[in-house]
Design a protein around this ligand. Structure first.
Ligand SMILES: *[C@@H]1O[C@H](CO)[C@@H](O)[C@H](O)[C@H]1NC(C)=O
Length: 451
């Protein structure tokens, strides 16, 4: 069995590890060869911290990455949600306690560090990672790829995890490819030295519990957390995506950001002043829900950001790709280890087709509901003053419990739903259960049995 994975980002490497684990004892897949094709000449990840949620971390742990991950990441004690102008804490989301409920912690890890851990575990699992291998064309029917140098390669299965601007998606969906679309939000990002913050008594206390703070107000917010072995504070300033910043000088970026946050807690302004002088604006794009992720041949599947890139207000973007990987592994394991698995290629492809169908049936609705919840959370975070915002803040004050309490009778259901609709994403315990209590393999098995 040969599987080609296109893209050596977090999604592609996670998938290679998931499949190695899922298929290693499946007789009909032996010998198992998994090759990851990366277009770049070297593996490198840029970017800052990524937030990883418990249900994804649970998979990483199951794949043997526990020690490496824990020794190079941070578990914030709580995320302090603060009123933007005053800086007063509205609620403390108990991030550090999540392991009790979900059997794995919520972690913050530098993207490059996570990437290198994944790379070494992929190699350890026997995966071959090839750089300088840019795919220019896909043969969906025959599981063939053509590389930039003109060579072609045919496998049993092709998995494209080639990111938000996916070429595979473009060729697969043709005119039906919606592309990545603006979400209406953007973020100015910058980093600040933790030592500099520690040396200033007015802001030093903000680093307690790994510095996870979130100041919120109408249309703007400031999120901070420590990265790079706690040597740097990552600062993410969300705002409406209504300015074109391409031609801005660094000075003008600063002037604009100062204007946006002029009413904020003076400590936020101080952090911005102390940050390394480079401020970059990133409009936030999302891929709208796609009609299909798999080809009818049963030999091509698209996953990761290529299918569901989304706004970051639920911190689920990267974790969702890990769920994809675990789900695909379980679907293929079930299909290919059935006792009567047919030994001909055609027989196996028919099984794979069934596996991919189950995968798609589980993942499309799951990913699109998480995407919608993420965008909703962005809206809630940046609400204007008013009664809805008071409901949100009441929810933030109760974020360690199921809030609002279950309605006692049907008549109260509407009020209950109204309050729920104003709750902020991960501050809502029911949303946390829905996001982090999710077991990818279980969801696949449930649909598998019903087929
Ligand atoms: C908030 O954003 C909306 C949508 O872009 C805009 O219409 C409104 O004027 C903004 N309000 C403030 C106070 O920034």
């Amino acid at each position: 069995m040969e599987i080609l994975i296109v893209g050596a980002g977090i999604a592609g490497l996670s998938t290679s590890i998931a499949l190695s684990h899922a298929l290693k004892n499946v007789a009909s897949c032996q010998p198992l060869k998994i090759i990851v094709l990366e277009s770049a000449s070297a593996l490198a990840e840029i970017g800052a911290g990524v937030q990883m949620t418990p249900q994804a971390i649970k998979n990483f742990f199951a794949w043997g990455m526990k020690d490496d991950l824990l020794s190079s990441s941070a578990i914030p004690t709580s995320m302090n949600v603060r009123h933007g102008p005053s800086g007063d804490i509205i609620g403390k989301i108990p991030i550090g306690d999540l392991e009790q409920d979900y059997q794995a912690p919520y972690l913050v890890v530098h993207r490059a560090v996570l990437h290198s851990i994944l790379h070494s575990h992929a190699l350890k699992a026997g995966v071959e990672v090839r750089t300088n291998s840019r795919v220019t064309e896909y043969g969906f029917e025959t599981a063939t790829v053509t590389l930039a140098d003109g060579t072609t390669r045919t496998a049993d299965l092709i998995i494209a995890a080639d990111g938000i601007n996916s070429l595979a998606r473009k060729q697969f969906l043709g005119p039906d490819d919606p592309g990545a679309l603006p979400t209406g939000w953007a973020a100015f990002r910058m980093i600040c030295s933790a030592d500099a913050i520690k040396a200033d008594a007015s802001v030093a206390p903000l680093l307690e519990g790994y510095g996870s703070n979130l100041w919120i107000d109408h249309n703007v917010s400031c999120m901070t957390y420590l990265i790079k072995d706690s040597t740097m504070l990552n600062i993410v300033l969300s705002h409406r995506d209504d300015v074109e910043t391409q031609d801005w000088t660094p000075e003008y970026h600063k002037t604009y950001v100062d204007g946006l946050f002029k009413e904020f807690d003076p400590r936020v302004k101080k952090l911005i002043d102390m940050a390394v002088p480079k401020i970059v604006n990133y409009p936030v794009y999302a891929v709208p829900p796609l009609k299909k992720w798999i080809h009818d041949s049963g030999r091509f599947v698209l996953l990761g950001d290529a299918t569901h890139a989304m706004a970051f207000y639920l911190s689920m973007g990267v974790s969702l790709a890990v769920d994809d990987a675990a789900s695909l592994g379980e679907a293929l394991r079930l299909a290919l280890s059935e006792p009567d698995v047919v030994q001909t290629k055609e027989g196996k492809y028919a099984r794979m087709k069934k596996a991919l169908h189950v995968f798609e049936q589980v993942r499309i609705p799951r990913a699109s509901s998480i995407q919608a919840a993420s965008l909703h959370a962005g809206g809630i975070l940046h609400m204007p003053p008013g009664p809805d915002r008071e409901l949100r803040d009441e929810g933030l004050r109760h974020c360690d419990q199921y809030w609002p309490v279950e309605p006692a009778c049907e008549d109260e259901r509407r009020d209950f739903e109204r309050v729920r609709s104003c709750m902020y994403g991960i501050a809502d315990k029911r949303t946390r259960d829905w996001c982090y209590g999710y077991d990818s393999a279980d969801a696949i098995r449930g649909v598998w049995r019903s087929q």
